[in-house]
Write a protein that binds this ligand. Structure first.
Ligand SMILES: [Zn+2]
Ligand SMILES: [Zn+2]
Length: 110
């Protein structure tokens, strides 16, 4: 296997100079500068994208519509707030627990 040393003007040559304690030439320094600038820019872009995504998620959560009546989430909300539970929500809650119990029975193998 041939391991040709990278020519000057490449990041690899820059690292080789550093490792061997050789003087740095301008070509290598420039190559390294470009590489680290690109690396930083890429990281910055990744960081920005992550930031945008987390902001978007937060906004989505804030804007999340409360679940409508007739769902177990709405029933839970009524209970949490001490509101009367309407029939649609009560029925959704019963269905929810029926389903839960059924799954539990299935999971226990009975
Ligand atoms: Zn060099
Ligand atoms: Zn309701």
């Amino acid at each position: 296997m041939s391991r040709e040393p990278q020519p000057c003007g490449t990041p690899a040559a820059y690292q080789r100079h550093r490792k061997n304690g050789e003087p740095l030439d301008d070509a290598c320094r420039e190559a390294w500068r470009l590489k680290s600038a690109a690396y930083r820019a890429a990281n910055l872009e990744t960081a920005r994208a992550a930031d945008r995504e987390s902001k978007r998620r937060r906004r989505r959560e804030e804007a999340r519509e409360p679940m409508p009546c007739g769902t177990n989430a709405a029933r839970q909300r009524h209970v949490d707030r001490g509101e009367p539970v309407d029939e649609a929500c009560a029925e959704a809650g019963r269905a929810y627990w029926r389903e839960r119990n059924r799954k539990r029975r299935e999971a226990s193998g009975a």
